[in-house]
Design a protein around this ligand. Sequence first.
Ligand SMILES: NC(=O)c1ccc[n+]([C@@H]2O[C@H](COP(=O)([O-])OP(=O)(O)OC[C@H]3O[C@@H](n4cnc5c(N)ncnc54)[C@H](O)[C@@H]3O)[C@@H](O)[C@H]2O)c1
Length: 362
Amino acid sequence: MLPYLPVTTKKRIAVIPGDGIGQEVIPQAVKVIQAAGAPVELTNFDWGAERYLRDATTVPPNGFADLQRNFDAVLVGAFGDPRVATNIHAKEILLGMRFKMDLYANVRPVFLLDASLCPLKGMQPMDIDFVVIRENTEGVYGDLGGVFKQGTADEIAIQEDVNTRKGVERVIRFAFEYAKKNKKRDGSARNRVLMCDKSNAMTHAGGLWQRTFTEVACEFPQIETSHMYVDALCMQMVRDPRCFDVIVTNNMFGDIITDLAAGLQGGLGMAASGNIHPGKTSMFEPVHGSAPPLVGKNLANPIGAILTAAMMLAHLGLSREAEKIEKAVLEAVQQKQTTADVAGTLGTKEAGEWIANAVSKS
Ligand SMILES: NC(=O)c1ccc[n+]([C@@H]2O[C@H](COP(=O)([O-])OP(=O)(O)OC[C@H]3O[C@@H](n4cnc5c(N)ncnc54)[C@H](O)[C@@H]3O)[C@@H](O)[C@H]2O)c1
């Protein structure tokens, strides 16, 4: 039996920096959380490549149960290390958290803080403000399939795409609820949900998504609905991202379109995400990976991790602290007190410190 930790009024956060630049950006996010005076208790976990190489542990026994029982949220950096060619630790930790803690909705807000960050001409901050809700526990990421006659000219590889009625329905309902409960950054209503699939080619899975979307939409008559095939959506995202509000899609399409969307907001270093199951311990992570070429150079942008921390605090009901952090990030971007990927000259640590100072002064 796992011990229950003593009850505290503070929110308990498990911090797992992980690999590569996760080890550099998460300490900056932690510094900013502390500067905001958020009533939290932070506990560091050493899960990642270093631990795996040391003692072959990916997730310690009862690791996920510990997170679920003793923590209100989990703040994660990134996983992936060139020394672990199989990537087994990343798969077991990251996909393990998503699947075994059943964090079925991956929420990725996409917003532009400053016109200078967007590669599209003429886009102003309020023009780009949408959210992608990605199904997070099914699809092609379930590792169902196999390889036959490996290494021969007749090799066959099968990767199954799993879509269950329960999985599809709950993430679609989550997207509608999200649209109902959340406002846009300018205070206006979020009242449009678009479902993205490839049902013209992937008819079986697409059919399930289509039927479920239509049925769930009936419960939300105040919300406008639409549909796009994923290929057309990619084109539209660079032609005119103003048309998007809430997008709901499957695991793989969500993975891909949110990197494209991150490009609109200044790159992967700017993008935040939450892996959520309402009512359960949820996990928050920047969208980027471990970026091996940047490791140890103090070059990684900490803003994605810092905005992720703000998103986590807001999820935990600490909206005042979250707002302070977002405001300080905006000031940093406007004053170019940032890393080089977003037009500044600061290092990772210095950019984090600048934001932490701005937060503590507010
Ligand atoms: N959630 C995760 O943990 C996650 C997500 C994606 C990739 N990965 C892993 O990360 C490793 C590298 O993968 P990748 O190169 O495809 O993706 P990546 O996100 O690490 O890097 C992609 C590009 O974005 C840049 N970049 C990423 N984060 C940045 C930041 N904070 N500041 C400035 N630039 C940044 C990188 O330099 C690189 O050019 C692999 O092992 C992969 O499996 C992990």
